[in-house]
Design a protein around this ligand. Structure first.
Ligand SMILES: NC(=O)c1ccc[n+]([C@@H]2O[C@H](COP(=O)([O-])OP(=O)(O)OC[C@H]3O[C@@H](n4cnc5c(N)ncnc54)[C@H](OP(=O)(O)O)[C@@H]3O)[C@@H](O)[C@H]2O)c1
Length: 427
């Protein structure tokens, strides 16, 4: 077992790197709110980034927002820059876990994974970029395993609700669950809502480089995962979903890649039956379809050329019909927003052989929660870290680069999320 000791002489259980970012500031607040859930009710934590004055401002703001003036004197500040390896090494030596909020991860992520592995820190990130996530697995899994370190990507809205949602659906099903489809819908209050530019940039560069994923995947040399039971049906690029009573499209984020990696781990390492997965997102009525078609085609075209990418980066609001913005959502907008993941699973009852006949049982589950990007994401990331600190015996037997589902399937992460407003239920 890759046991690790939180009292191993490191000054901090958690260091939040990228604390000055739009997302990082909310991760800081979430850690401040939940510090009593740390080991022995006392989480030791610090914030890190490349600008001390900006980090001081973040603490000042968090102290005001949470009415906790003590944050300004009690929370340490560490200055570290992705471009200065010595500063990263020095930061990593002080942490049990580095929570990394510096993105786009394709540009900034690897030096932090490397520094963590070399300096004995676990790390958790909120990347939604499959190419980064899978290349870290390819390049660092063995070194991390050797050192008993856990490198766990995609612990934000991408992809804890989807990945843990499939794990939950399988655990609740009485028999062999063979396939799950998820339908994501989001709702906004009267003030509307949007996503911050940081995620927009990650999407632009991710799509531009998408073709590299196929060759990366070949390097793993994986055998195809066995299909247990009936093969899952593949839907079209746009369809009316009776499940969510609106038009839907295949979900373009990291969820399918992350869920598949988890199912491979559960099958190959724990000899569990793999679940097939299809991910879809509801987009609304016919007017949303036209908007999405127009914005999607423009995005698809521009992302191929460097001048087009520059245009997209410069004018997020224009090219996304206001869905992404340089300012990000206001607190009011966040308060009025929420997400809902509906899971539709099918399989074979206990006693029914999944290699024979059609599936004979269904299950519906739901994962729902507050605003996805800056409320649910900090909750998911921080609860992942708290679970890692408190439940080292329930993590995979060896360290390595893992998905959330692989890391936390045998822990109480879902119960913890339930208590913090990301709710898992069977319908
Ligand atoms: N999984 C999810 O659902 C989810 C949700 C939200 C965000 N995200 C991801 O999280 C990432 C951050 O998004 P965001 O909107 O918070 O972006 P952001 O506001 O642009 O924040 C970027 C952060 O990276 C820091 N940084 C940039 N270059 C650095 C360097 N050389 N050394 C040290 N720090 C550096 C910035 O520091 P300065 O302040 O000094 O510039 C800032 O703290 C993105 O990849 C986004 O896709 C994922």
């Amino acid at each position: 077992m890759a046991a690790f000791n939180t009292s191993n002489g490191r000054p901090f259980h958690i260091i939040i790197f990228g604390a000055t970012g739009f997302t990082g500031q909310f991760v800081v607040e979430e850690v401040a709110r939940t510090a009593s859930e740390g080991p022995k009710g006392n989480l030791k934590w610090a914030i890190a980034g490349r600008s001390r004055p900006k980090l001081e401002k973040v603490l000042e703001q968090a102290a005001g927002a949470l009415s906790k003036p003590e944050l300004q004197s009690e929370v340490s500040i560490i200055v570290a820059d992705v471009n200065e390896p010595d500063s990263l090494a020095s930061m990593c030596k002080q942490a049990v876990i580095v929570l990394n909020c510096v993105g786009p991860y394709r540009f900034f992520g690897e030096p932090i994974v490397k520094a963590c592995v070399e300096n004995g820190a676990h790390t958790i990130d909120i990347s939604g970029e499959p190419q980064f996530l899978e290349s870290m697995q390819l390049n660092y899994h063995d070194q991390a395993a050797e050192k008993g370190l856990y490198i766990v990507g995609s612990c934000g809205f991408d992809s804890i609700p989807a990945d843990m949602g499939v794990v939950y659906t399988r655990d609740q099903f009485k028999g062999t669950l063979t396939a799950v489809e998820s339908f994501l819908t989001a709702s906004f209050g009267p003030e509307g809502g949007c996503i911050h530019d940081g995620t927009w940039q990650s999407a632009i560069y991710g799509l531009a480089d998408g073709y590299k994923l196929r060759s990366l995947r070949k390097k793993f040399g994986h055998k195809p995962l066995p299909v247990v039971g009936a093969r899952i049906k593949r839907r079209g690029a746009l369809f009316f979903s009776n499940e969510v009573q609106q038009y839907a499209i295949p979900f373009m984020g990291a969820d399918p890649s992350v869920v598949k990696r988890t199912q491979r781990y559960l099958h190959e390492e724990l000899h569990e039956s793999p679940v097939q997965y299809g991910a879809y997102a509801g987009i609304g009525g016919i007017s949303s379809v036209f908007k999405l078609l127009f914005a999607g085609l423009m995005f698809w075209f521009l992302v191929k050329f460097s001048f087009g990418r520059n245009l997209l980066v410069k004018f997020p609001e224009f090219f996304s019909f206001g869905f992404f913005s340089k300012e990000g959502p206001t607190r009011k907008q966040m308060e009025g927003s929420s997400f809902r993941f509906a899971f539709f699973g099918e399989g074979y009852n206990d006693g029914q052989d999944p290699t024979e006949g059609k599936p004979n049982a269904k299950i519906r589950t739901l994962v729902q929660g507050p605003e996805a990007g800056y409320v649910a994401t900090p909750i998911a990331m921080v609860q992942a870290a708290i679970t890692m600190l408190n439940e080292s015996d329930s993590l995979p037997k060896t360290g390595g680069v893992y998905t959330p589902g692989a890391t936390f399937a045998k822990t109480t992460l879902i119960d913890r999320l339930n208590k913090h407003g990301i709710q898992f239920s069977v319908l």
